[in-house]
Design a protein around this ligand. Structure first.
Ligand code: KIV
Ligand code: NA
Length: 255
């Protein structure tokens, strides 16, 4: 797709119906993100989510997608200890989760891990720039690659490509730098907060379709207002039940 100049579309999905809908809409890649931690499981960050929590969600998405690639996100602590640990974790995402490929965070320091996985038959998508699992090490939620750190980001991008990654997510990177890196690499870049110069884009679906409220990062565009739809629906249902107008005769079995 990159060679043909076709943009790659990615959305997160964590369950059956979102996977079905996004697949039907033609989304190329469904990412079962570790962002399930703070979009499904009620945590504040992606740090606490475990492999055992993500595997059932991955399986649900894999069973429900007909043509999209299903990308399993390796959670914090499940791959950083060694290439062997990473391999055993990634194998679970393919065998138990049904994922086609896995994603992991990190650049130069992840080279041995990416080499091990790809040598063992597991396609790897890297994730550089702002990497939420390292939020504490990075000193908070901030744009990466500004000023002198641009060179490090370039090195990370080149390193994950040379290690065998088939794609790389770039998060919160200045748009001009992301465009340059995208032009330099042969593998596709998928941006989130990295401008239009990337080869593809990804968003968390609860952000894109307005389920989450509150302050949104600048890179989010809201395509629907699902929170209002659900709120209105739940209130109408509640009114009907309390007022005795649901269930009606049409919803009721006769003896
Ligand atoms: O977990 C996630 O949702 C992600 C995307 C934001 C790239 O890693
Ligand atoms: Na993630």
């Amino acid at each position: 797709m990159k060679q043909r100049g076709e943009k790659i579309t990615m959305l997160t999905a964590y369950d059956m119906f979102t996977a079905e809908v996004f697949d039907e809409a033609g989304i190329d890649i469904l990412l079962v993100g570790d962002s399930a931690s703070n979009n499904v499981l009620g945590n504040e960050t992606s740090i606490p989510v475990t492999v055992d929590e993500l595997l059932p969600l991955t399986r649900a998405v894999a069973r429900s997608a007909r043509r999209a690639m299903v990308l399993g996100d390796l959670p914090f602590g499940s791959y950083q200890a060694s290439p062997e640990q990473a391999y055993l974790t990634a194998v679970r995402f393919l065998k138990e989760g049904g994922a086609h490929a896995v994603k992991l965070e990190g650049g130069v320091e992840m080279v041995p891990v990416i080499e091990k996985l790809t040598a063992g038959g597991i396609p790897v998508c890297a994730h550089i720039g702002f990497t939420p699992q390292s939020e504490h090490a990075l000193g908070g939620y901030r744009v990466q690659g500004r000023g002198e750190t641009a060179e490090r980001l370039r090195r990370d991008a080149k390193a994950v490509q040379d290690a065998g990654a088939f794609a790389v997510v770039m998060e919160m990177v200045p748009g001009d730098l992301a465009a340059e890196i995208s032009a330099e690499l042969t593998i596709p870049t998928v941006g989130i907060g990295a401008g239009v110069g990337c080869d593809g884009q990804v968003l968390v679906w609860q952000d894109a379709f307005g389920l989450r409220t509150g302050r949104m990062p600048r890179f989010v565009k809201q395509y629907a207002d699902l929170r209002s739809v659900l709120l209105e629906g739940a209130r109408s249902y509640s009114d009907d039940v309390r007022g005795g107008t649901f269930p009606g005769p049409e919803h009721t079995f006769e003896g």
